[in-house]
Structure formats: C-alpha cells, structure tokens
Design a protein around this ligand. Structure first.
Ligand SMILES: NC(=O)c1ccc[n+]([C@@H]2O[C@H](COP(=O)([O-])OP(=O)(O)OC[C@H]3O[C@@H](n4cnc5c(N)ncnc54)[C@H](O)[C@@H]3O)[C@@H](O)[C@H]2O)c1
Length: 227
C-alpha cells in the first residue's frame, strides 16, 4: 500500500511494531519511487503510544491527509477452546487498534475539514468463518466503526471506508496449507488468490481525489469469492 502511494511529493509514515527490517526496506523503496517518509514504531493496541505518535507526526508535518489502518493479526480457534487472553489480543490489535488510530487522527482532520480513513476489514468480517469467531468479530466491528465514523465525520469532509480482502498471499496466509489453497482457488471466480497489489490498488483509489464522494462503504477485493 505504501509503495502504491509513493510518488514525488508524498510523505508516508510507515508504522511497524516488530519487523523493523521490513519497514526499513519499505521506506527505501518509497524513496526509490520518488516519495519520502519516516518510520514510526508503535503498537496500534497501545492507546497512549498511538496518541503520542500522532502528536509527533502533526508537530513534524502539520497534518495527516490519509490514515490506513492495516495492522492486524489472524488467530482464532473453535469457540469452546478460545482462551480469553487470545480473544483480547485479537480484539485489541484489530479492532481497538483501528479505533485508537481513527480517534487520534480525527481531531486533526476535523480541524482541517479534510481527511481520508481506510480501514482494512476482511471477507471473514462479513461472511464469518468456523474457527474464526474472534477475528470475524474484530473485522465485523471494523465495519460498524467505519460506517458510524462516515456518518459522524461526513459533514467535516472526512471520508471513511473499509476494504474487505478475501484470501491474499501475504505472510499472514503463508502457513495456510497448500491443499486448502488449491481447494479454495476452485471456489474463487477469478481462479486465484489475491496479491497485496490487488488490495493496494483499491486503497490507493480510495485515498485519491477520484474517490472524494465515496464514504461509509465496504469494498470487497476477493476475486468474487464472496458477493
Ligand atoms: N492476507 C489475507 O488473506 C487477509 C485477508 C483479509 C484481511 N487481511 C487483513 O489485511 C491486513 C494486512 O494483513 P497481511 O495479510 O498483510 O498480514 P501480515 O501479517 O503480513 O501483516 C500484518 C502487519 O501488521 C503488523 N502488526 C500486527 N500487530 C500490530 C500491532 N499491534 N501494532 C502495529 N503493527 C502490527 C504486523 O507486524 C504486520 O506487519 C490485516 O489487517 C489483515 O487482517 C488479510
């Protein structure tokens, strides 16, 4: 997503919490593409850390045009086996993390009467999936949060949308068994799993001027797997 948005004149803050090497690589590529940016380390689930990071960004750059809430973890299990600590961890990162970041930037966006927020939900947040109740609850919660914020912030010219990817080939799904992937491919009308570029193209569109009249939407990018 960051690479898709990188261009001369763009300045991207690349958040990470663990993998600094990957974040540094992303920043180097952003610069190769003519953009600029900085790394910004914080845990999205940490309310205070998010507030401090956004304060620093505003102090350094004056404003934030676009927030992309992409950080997420995919863990779960059957409801009878889920430990409370796992439930909390998945909700804290995926749902509370999205709330933390939305709340921190909206104060500034409201003052400027301008802004875009793009929240990454999931097909599972809409369709549900056996063994994924907590992830579905978090990703479904993101959809409710998105629609409510779109209503709350529309009069301030702030657009808030969610994207709902299907199965995308990333680190998150690397451990997904090859056989299961093959079976799933047969059910996907476009006949393949998605790529990060497929999702990034949609996010870049939602961040662009062309999407100025789109808010409160959940846009699916799933090869037709769920309609
Ligand atoms: N891969 C898929 O099939 C798929 C499908 C639907 C939705 N999604 C969603 O897309 C988003 C990106 O996932 P991905 O597939 O690229 O997975 P990924 O595991 O490759 O990337 C997730 C990123 O989030 C970061 N992260 C996790 N917890 C964090 C925290 N507390 N604070 C800051 N950063 C944190 C991780 O370090 C990692 O860089 C996630 O929200 C995920 O739920 C993925």
């Amino acid at each position: 997503m960051a690479l898709r948005l990188a261009r001369p004149g763009s300045f991207l803050y690349v958040n990470f919490n663990r993998n600094e090497t990957a974040a540094r690589e992303a920043l180097a590529k952003i610069r190769e593409l003519g953009g600029d940016g900085e790394l910004c380390r914080f845990d999205v689930a940490d309310h205070h850390a998010v507030q401090e990071a956004v304060k620093r960004i505003i102090a350094e750059r004056g404003h934030i045009d676009t927030l992309i809430n992409n950080a997420g973890i995919w863990m779960g299990g059957l409801i009878v086996r889920i430990k409370e600590s796992l439930w909390d961890q998945v909700i804290d990162t995926n749902l509370k993390g999205t709330f933390n970041c939305c709340q921190a930037v909206t104060r500034h966006m409201i003052r400027r009467c301008s802004g875009r927020i793009i929240n990454v939900s999931s097909l599972i947040g809409e369709a549900g999936n056996a063994g994924d109740s907590v992830y579905a609850a978090a990703k479904g919660g993101i959809i409710g949060l998105t629609k409510s914020l779109a209503r709350e912030l529309g009069s301030r010219n702030i657009c808030v949308n969610a994207v709902a990817p299907g199965l995308i080939e990333t680190d998150m799904t690397a451990a997904f068994p090859a056989d299961a992937k093959k079976d799933l491919e047969k059910e996907i009308p476009l006949g393949r799993l998605g790529s990060p570029e497929d999702v990034a193209g949609l996010v870049a569109f939602l961040a662009s001027e062309a999407a100025a009249y789109i808010t409160g939407q959940v846009i699916r990018v799933n090869g037709g797997l769920y309609m």
